[in-house]
Design a protein around this ligand. Structure first.
Ligand code: URA
Length: 276
């Protein structure tokens, strides 16, 4: 197809077709105009060019390795903003106004929380995906639908007529990372103060950490296969690491282990209820 002969409407229809197929993002930070005439046409060498020195050729220069150190200014700003929030609404507003995290610029919405504030169980996930970014609510895509079925299996739900059986849900990262990449350690470090305050204000009896990123952020440990299924402590509360529902969608044979974790959650909540 000769794209240069197509009119505006045909080009627009082609673009819409690609978006429908799911090609909704530019791969680079900014779109590249591949039709732009270069300022200087590349010289076509008559003979094989001398090999470029890898140390000097810009085309093969590796990107500068990102610093692994947390951005202390951003962490301090997050701590101050989180500490200043006296309610969940104020915390939501403080996160939405936080300008230190680049992820915010690529996101449509700040995805804060869903479910029952003050619920006995709080689920902490990783970061919003496409559906969550569009709707502004955590866990609404396929993984979220599986999470809902998992909760239902133990008689719980985001909102439940019995307040004790409600669940509150959030993520470590409130903005969708580009191409759903993992958040970096620096991003996690500057967002954890908000999560810590979120947990304090929501005040659940137990935390359920779904997937590696939640464990990395709140336990300082990764390796969900080893961590899952054993109670530990995060932010001063009982916490159970378990598989992320998105992982279960890819590895359905792990649902058996996940069911075991769900039963542990139900038993723990019942035990606490009996003590109260
Ligand atoms: N995965 C997550 O960890 N959180 C969401 O909100 C959606 C998918």
């Amino acid at each position: 197809m000769q794209v240069d002969r197509l009119d505006h409407h045909a080009l627009r229809a082609l673009l819409e077709w690609q978006v429908e197929l799911g090609a909704t993002e530019a791969i680079c930070d900014a779109p590249v105009n591949r039709y732009e005439v270069p300022a200087k046409a590349p010289r076509i060498a008559a003979e094989a060019p001398a090999p470029a020195s890898p140390a000097t050729s810009p085309a093969v220069m590796p990107a500068a390795a990102p610093s692994a150190a947390p951005d202390q200014d951003a962490v301090a700003a997050a701590q101050a903003a989180a500490a200043g929030a006296a309610t969940l609404e104020a915390l939501h507003a403080a996160i939405a106004a936080f300008e230190h995290c680049e992820l915010k610029r690529g996101a449509r919405n700040t995805v804060f929380a869903d479910g029952t504030p003050g619920a006995r169980m709080m689920v902490v996930g990783e970061s919003p995906g496409r559906d969550e970014d569009l709707q502004g609510r955590p866990f609404v895509g396929r993984a979220g639908q599986l999470l809902d079925r998992m909760l239902d299996a133990i008689g719980m739900a985001r909102t439940h007529p019995e307040p004790d059986q409600g669940v509150y849900i959030t993520n470590i990262v409130p903005w969708r990372p580009p191409q759903n990449r993992d958040p970096t350690p620096q991003e996690i470090a500057m967002l954890v103060p908000f999560v810590a305050r979120h947990v304090q204000l929501a005040d659940p009896d137990i935390l359920v950490l779904v997937g590696n990123i939640a464990c990395q952020a709140l336990l300082g440990r990764k390796g969900i296969t080893r961590l899952r299924g054993s109670w530990t402590e995060a932010l001063g509360r009982p916490a159970l690491p378990t598989f992320h529902p998105a992982y279960l969608l890819r590895q359905p044979h792990l649902k058996r282990a996940s069911w075991h974790d769900l039963l542990m959650i139900r038993a723990r909540l019942r035990q606490q209820e009996a003590r109260e």
